[in-house]
Write a protein that binds this ligand. Sequence first.
Ligand code: FAD
Length: 375
Amino acid sequence: MVVVGGRMTGSAVAASLATRGVAVTVVDAPDPLGDATAASYGWINSHKKHPESYHVLNSAGLEHFHGVLAGVPGVFRATGHVEIAGTDEHVASFEQRSRRLQGLGYGVDEHEPADLARLVPGLAVRARLVRGFPREGIAAPDRLVAHFTATAVAAGARTVGARVDRVHRDGVVLTDGTTIAADAVVVCAGVATGAVTATAGLEVPTVAAETGNVVMGYMATTAPTPAAVDRIVTTDGLNLRPEPGGGMRLQALGLDGDCDPDRAPFDVPAHVTDAFSERLAEVLPAAAGTPLQVRIGRRVIPGDGFPAVGPVDDDARIWTLVTHSGVTLGPWLAERLAEEMLGAPPDPRLAGYSPRRFRASTGEAPAAPRAPGDQ
Ligand SMILES: Cc1cc2nc3c(=O)[nH]c(=O)nc-3n(C[C@H](O)[C@H](O)[C@H](O)COP(=O)(O)OP(=O)(O)OC[C@H]3O[C@@H](n4cnc5c(N)ncnc54)[C@H](O)[C@@H]3O)c2cc1C
């Protein structure tokens, strides 16, 4: 089988197939403009996932990290997550969200604002509502890709650094004209998934990148600092989480409104970098002045915002795994996809997430993530 794309979803699919005895070729054209994995916040969660069937998928993804992936060194840390609401708007939405998660049986710790100094020392934010989410954690996306790629190769997979020009029911054709025959093709090409499946006359739409839309997001990485937080922290205006090596990754969703795809990945306006630095100094004063680099990322958002996992064509020769929250979901979905490709009935939790649904309608693209708890 051929897997198109070798980053978060493609490497996971390759590992899931190869370890089940399938001969796999992974074809990946490195492309910093289309590499969602490199820009990911890597927050493993099922935090604000509607409807409930989507929450079920993300919870399964989260538990997969606590189970199967817990034994893989360096890819996941169950740090927990603390969210602190200070503004009226944040308090109102967060109260509602926490209650829903409690009702769903998701671990929610209720804290007093006075607990914050103990939970996250050094934080200087207005705390009116503080909740902890102890099951959540962080993944190192590049390490996960390295792990899955090594697992696939150890099980006999071949990797090819090349661009696929088109896919068809019997394999793929590369841009240099080389053909690779296959019994099935799995398209895991991130934002290019729609374009790649379209070469076979199939439709798996992904939302196109436009300045400030749901696709676009900034991600900052700081230099190592002794002031780094030790868990995921969400505040009114800045999200922080530790990075392997002693730095942090930061998100400030409120800044994403002018995030321009034509400037990806590193041509970030100076006012954005300055705003990240200012917010960091405000929220975590001991980290003031820590150098940081901001990157422009493109989220992979299927046309209606939800994962598309399974066969695309009628004969089940062309498959896809394309999703947002692909770090949380990719490893678990890859296992389910591999089972189905090898003849198992589709996992009932994936009912409604077939790529074939796009034949009927492209659905409505979701709103851009701008509020705390979004991703
Ligand atoms: C700002 C931001 C924050 C995020 N935060 C989180 C988070 O906290 N938690 C979470 O779970 N998820 C998060 N995500 C989402 C997650 O990172 C993505 O869903 C996931 O990385 C997608 O992986 P992918 O392999 O499908 O796509 P990609 O990483 O984009 O990889 C696709 C690969 O396919 C290759 N390719 C494309 N076309 C071709 C072709 N024709 N031939 C060969 N190769 C091709 C590309 O070059 C690329 O290497 C975030 C994403 C962004 C951008």
